[in-house]
Design a protein around this ligand. Structure first.
Ligand code: SF4
Ligand code: SF4
Length: 378
């Protein structure tokens, strides 16, 4: 049965819900917004209520963190109901200009940041980067991500990994300007037609490359490819998994030390959605002198930074404390010098919160690859 011909109840298995409320009980945004996902799962059963539900502003507060899906005892994905309601709004054309422009940019330029497709690999300038060619065998085919490719704040993730790969002799190649958005945010913003097109085009594109596996730099691309691209002919891993392999093979050697307390913030798309918890921690522990701390809310209980679910393009109406601010305050209370993350969105949201709180002098937010880059032997 096609998705279009299914009712909401069939598509999201709403009859499976026992209204236990564990989804809402675990939803992190309930402390700052009125979102009650259990109620949406309940009310979406009534077809006649769908238009009214889709008009409720709370559907845009969901960050797609997946806590509700992790907690649901019936294996449902409550957030998907909210995304289905977003899709109705997108279909009606009544969307925020920021959302409209981001989606238009993906369609025309292959990225949501309104940047030129031709500039996608400008970050490579001055670096010795191996570029993939269709049909030429390579072990690790890297996918950079739109945010890392264009945002100067997080380009160091890509630059440092190239420096590290060249040092270790790993067989790798990056894609050129033809790399296109994975559609993670397109999916969560509810643009189903555009997302289907991306899945089709990207699958065909990737399947032409003779690679052992695809390695993503962002957890959003990692989870999107693994969950929503059933016809990819190669596995997809996150770069922390590759580096952890190299670490265990004794191929990563760091120069210098970092006598600092580091706390790792689990990105929702890497941890809760991808099940990758240990590899980032092992990498941080490998830095000489570093002490790894843990948040009380860590791993599958980790707090969301509110960067996912299309929230980079949808302003929250709530003026209550942002979750990123809560996270930074928690890190300060722990005595952390560095909040380490493994996701470009987490860098942007947490760093913004840290600056807003005025902690810049005493604390730093850094992506793991940013930190490791400082310890690569010249
Ligand atoms: S956790 Fe699952 S079963 Fe319980 S109310 Fe939420 S959707 Fe329904
Ligand atoms: S995905 Fe996260 S923010 Fe969205 S409803 Fe579920 S728990 Fe709440």
């Amino acid at each position: 049965m096609s998705a279009e011909s299914q009712t909401f109840t069939e598509r999201y298995d709403l009859l499976g819900c026992i209204q236990c409320g564990r989804c809402t009980g675990g939803c992190p945004v309930t402390v700052r917004a009125n979102l009650n996902v259990r109620r949406f799962v309940n009310d979406a059963y009534y077809e006649e209520k769908l238009d009214e539900l889709a008009r409720q502003a709370e559907i845009w507060d969901c960050t797609a963190c997946h806590t509700c899906a992790v907690r649901c005892p019936k294996g449902l994905k409550p957030l998907e109901v909210l995304l289905g309601l977003r899709a109705m709004i997108i279909e009606s054309g009544k969307v925020e200009p920021t959302v409209r422009d981001a989606l238009q940019s993906v369609l025309l330029e292959g990225n949501p940041w309104e940047k030129s497709r031709a500039a996608r690999s400008d970050w490579m300038e001055g670096l010795d980067v191996k570029i993939a060619e269709p049909g030429v065998p390579v072990e690790n085919l890297f996918f950079v991500c739109c945010t890392i490719a264009y945002d100067p704040r997080v380009q160091a993730i890509a630059k440092n990994i190239v420096r590290l790969l060249n040092k270790t002799g790993v067989d790798y190649a990056f894609l050129d300007d033809s790399e296109t958005c994975c559609g993670s945010e397109v999916y969560t913003l509810g643009e189903e037609g555009l997302f289907e097109m991306l899945v089709e085009d990207n699958t065909e594109y990737f399947n032409e490359y003779s690679a052992k596996r695809i390695v993503t730099l962002s957890p959003h691309c990692f989870t999107t490819y693994n969950v929503h691209y059933p016809d990819l002919n190669k596995p997809v891993i996150h770069y922390t998994q590759l580096l952890d392999e190299l670490l265990k093979e004794g191929k990563l050697v760091w120069k210098g030390d970092l006598p600092k307390k580091i706390v790792f913030h689990d990105p929702c798309y890497l941890g809760k959605q991808g099940g990758v918890y240990d590899e980032p921690r092992d990498l941080l522990k490998s830095i000489p002198g570093a002490e790894l701390l843990e948040f009380e809310r860590c791993r599958e209980r980790s707090l969301c930074c509110e960067g996912g679910g299309g929230k980079m393009w949808v302003e929250s109406e709530s003026k209550k404390e942002r979750l990123a601010e809560t996270r930074i305050k928690d890190a300060k209370a722990l005595g952390a010098d560095i909040v380490a993350v493994a996701c470009p969105f987490c860098v942007l949201t947490l760093e913004d919160a840290m600056k807003g709180l005025g902690y810049e002098e005493e604390m730093r937010v850094a992506e793991i690859m940013e930190l490791l880059g400082e310890f690569i032997e010249a």
